[in-house]
Design a protein around this ligand. Structure first.
Ligand SMILES: Nc1ccn([C@@H]2O[C@H](COP(=O)(O)OP(=O)(O)OP(=O)(O)O)[C@@H](O)[C@H]2O)c(=O)n1
Ligand SMILES: C[C@](O)(CO)[C@H](O)COP(=O)(O)O
Length: 239
């Protein structure tokens, strides 16, 4: 039988959200960074933040902004802004984790890293990730099995049809212990986080196997100009 006699003295493990919001949105093709483009009359990122604020198990939402960014202001004690964005998404996340620890978060606390640009995330999907990972030794991420046939190419022509049965599209949130994730990312700081496109990739290279939790196709990342209208239509359909 498990001994729970130390339960009163165990530190409480908390869950934080970290929202990298320091990109320029170059593929979206607008002067204003995509996370601030209006969707249903408010900046895109406010939809993202709303989903996390609606999730009662999230203690604090830390938004990582580019130094000098003055586009976002919030008046909410559960949302903090840190102007510590870096040159890459991974660097922004790494700096945000360092900030969370400096503000008193425990290395044992969970962090859910979520792209500001995935504004269609829902509290239900966040809860599904928490339910699947809170007892997991590593953590995990929302992801989607491939809905289409997958091709490999050489010089613009198909070289092979790739077996997709074991392939997933990585989404966010991605949920890990703050200390373990920061350590995994730190190993790549000297190379400018080269090749680290998400949190799971850093954890994988540190020898871990993150849990895959089925997400939703609606949780896409606003990336290209045509994505804004689709995101707005989905948001409108939910109101
Ligand atoms: N140096 C960076 C780059 C990206 N991001 C954030 O990471 C998320 C996912 O990145 P992506 O969609 O690639 O955003 P951008 O880098 O802004 O887009 P692009 O690559 O088209 O310039 C976004 O919310 C973005 O704001 C960040 O915090 N810091
Ligand atoms: C982290 C991510 O959202 C997982 O799909 C994605 O990799 C971020 O976008 P990028 O284009 O790779 O910067």
């Amino acid at each position: 039988m498990t001994d729970h006699s130390d339960i009163a003295t165990r530190p409480t493990t908390r869950c934080h959200a970290l929202i990298p919001c320091a990109g320029t949105g170059s593929r979206a093709g607008s002067l204003l960074p995509k996370q601030y483009q209006p969707l249903l009359d408010v900046p895109l990122v406010l939809h993202t933040l709303g989903a996390f604020r609606a999730c009662s198990r999230i203690d604090l939402v830390l938004v990582v902004l580019a130094p000098g960014d003055r586009f976002l202001a919030v008046d909410d004690s559960h949302i903090a802004l840190a102007h510590v964005g870096g040159a890459s998404r991974a660097e922004s996340v790494f700096n945000g984790l360092t900030h969370l620890l400096a503000q008193g978060a425990s290395p044992q606390d969970w962090v859910l890293v979520h792209d500001a640009a995935r504004c269609l995330i829902t509290p239900r999907q966040i809860d599904a990730l928490l339910d699947a990972c809170l007892d997991d030794p590593v953590g995990g991420l929302l992801a989607l099995p491939l809905p289409d046939t997958l091709k490999a190419s050489i010089d613009g022509r198909v070289s092979a049809t790739v077996d997709r049965s074991d392939k997933w599209l990585a989404q966010t949130p991605q949920m890990f212990r703050i200390g373990a994730l920061r350590q995994a990312l730190q190993a790549h700081a000297a190379t400018g986080f080269s090749g680290i496109t998400d949190e799971a990739s850093a954890m994988e290279l540190a020898g871990h196997a993150p849990r895959l939790v089925p997400g939703s196709a609606a949780n896409f990342k606003v990336t290209y100009p045509e994505d804004f209208a689709l995101a707005e239509a989905i948001l409108r359909s939910r109101t």
